[in-house]
Design a protein around this ligand. Structure first.
Ligand code: FAD
Length: 310
């Protein structure tokens, strides 16, 4: 494709501009984008879509791609939760209503376990400030704070960039002066994979009802002692940190990221029974303790809410 053709496709198909882009490390970024038509109405916790043309250059060091035959002029689009840095440059709670951007927290997927190689993140990671991309006009999803009452305990449990919607929901809870306990735990490989760590430390100093719990599986100080979110529940560590038992009547749990951590049960085709994955994810562990998971198909609204990233 000629540079002129590429310029024309970008003009035709892109509708948003990158206003800031922070590479936390080569494989992790926080990016703010401004949609041309303004930011769509939304609730913290929801997600939008980002896209780039298959014609864009891919990041070096990623699994090679054979372009689909009809791909040349198409966009590759993926879902992304809206994230939030929670504090502004002066350390105050962000005044999001007076901003015009959306924040995203994205990890570079270099290799995929699926049939097709990763298509979007190798392209997103080539973006620079001022450049253009596609952003879906709708922000959607049922993952939000609607069911949470002011005194409820709120647990945000995530892996990797699954922290994104939790940061935005945490901002909302702090904004509305939430009275209940809030605990956010995030499991990553290394501490450097926690882009918002310093902010969470600041928030813990300011809000006695807030605890952030970073968990790592490959940090040198952890050798031989990987800690997963599931372990926190199974070992009773969660209660120890909260200082009280987990009470299903007054607790909402939000799970986001790796499907293995979440552990959504499948329906057995013949018996119709719910069958949990092995090893158990958080849903099974919590249901054994009286929690109820959302089941949209059956219109069941519980106190375990989840967003799977793949
Ligand atoms: C509702 C929703 C919200 C999402 N929000 C985010 C977000 O805020 N930040 C984000 O980084 N991703 C998010 N994702 C994942 C995102 O949509 C893409 O799948 C991901 O960025 C990889 O895109 P890709 O085209 O490069 O590879 P894909 O072909 O989409 O994925 C290839 C493989 O990469 C792995 N993978 C996908 N996402 C991740 C991830 N986040 N961390 C580790 N491994 C992953 C999976 O094994 C997947 O099969 C979200 C997904 C959904 C469904």
């Amino acid at each position: 494709m000629t540079p002129e053709q590429i310029a024309s496709l970008r003009q035709e198909k892109y509708n948003a501009t990158v206003v800031s882009l922070l590479k936390v490390h080569p494989d992790l970024l926080i990016m703010r984008i401004r949609p041309d038509k303004g930011r769509a109405p939304h609730k913290p916790g929801q997600y939008s879509t980002l896209g780039l043309g298959y014609w864009e250059v891919r990041h070096p060091g990623c699994q090679l791609e054979t372009l689909p035959a009809d791909a040349e002029q198409r966009l590759v689009k993926r879902a992304y939760s809206i994230s939030c840095s929670i504090l502004d440059d002066h350390g105050q709670l962000l005044d999001i209503e007076h901003t015009d951007w959306l924040e995203f927290y994205i990890v570079l997927v270099r290799e995929s376990n699926k049939a097709d190689p990763p298509a979007l993140t190798p392209r997103l990671f080539m973006l620079r400030e001022g450049e253009r991309l596609f952003c879906g006009e709708k922000i959607t999803g049922n993952y939000n704070l609607d069911p949470v009452k002011p005194d409820d305990t709120v647990l945000f449990l995530s892996t990797g960039t699954g922290e994104a919607p939790h940061n935005y929901m945490l901002w909302q809870l702090l904004r509305r002066n939430h009275q209940g306990r809030i605990l956010s735990a995030c499991c990553v490989r290394y501490l450097k994979d926690l882009a918002y760590l310093a902010t969470h430390h600041t928030l813990m100093r300011r809000h006695v009802n807030y605890t952030y719990l970073p968990l790592t599986t490959r940090e040198a100080s952890n050798t031989g002692h990987k800690v997963y979110i599931q372990d926190l529940l199974a070992s009773g560590e969660m209660e120890r940190i909260l200082g009280k038992p987990l009470d299903p009547a007054r607790t909402h749990v939000f799970l986001c990221g790796n499907p293995k951590m979440i552990g959504v049960p499948e329906k057995d085709r013949t018996s119709g029974e719910r069958v949990f994955p092995k090893p158990p994810g958080v849903i099974e562990l919590l249901e054994k303790r009286g929690f109820v998971c959302d089941q949209p198909a059956l219109k069941i609204k519980g106190n375990i809410h989840y967003e799977e990233y793949w």
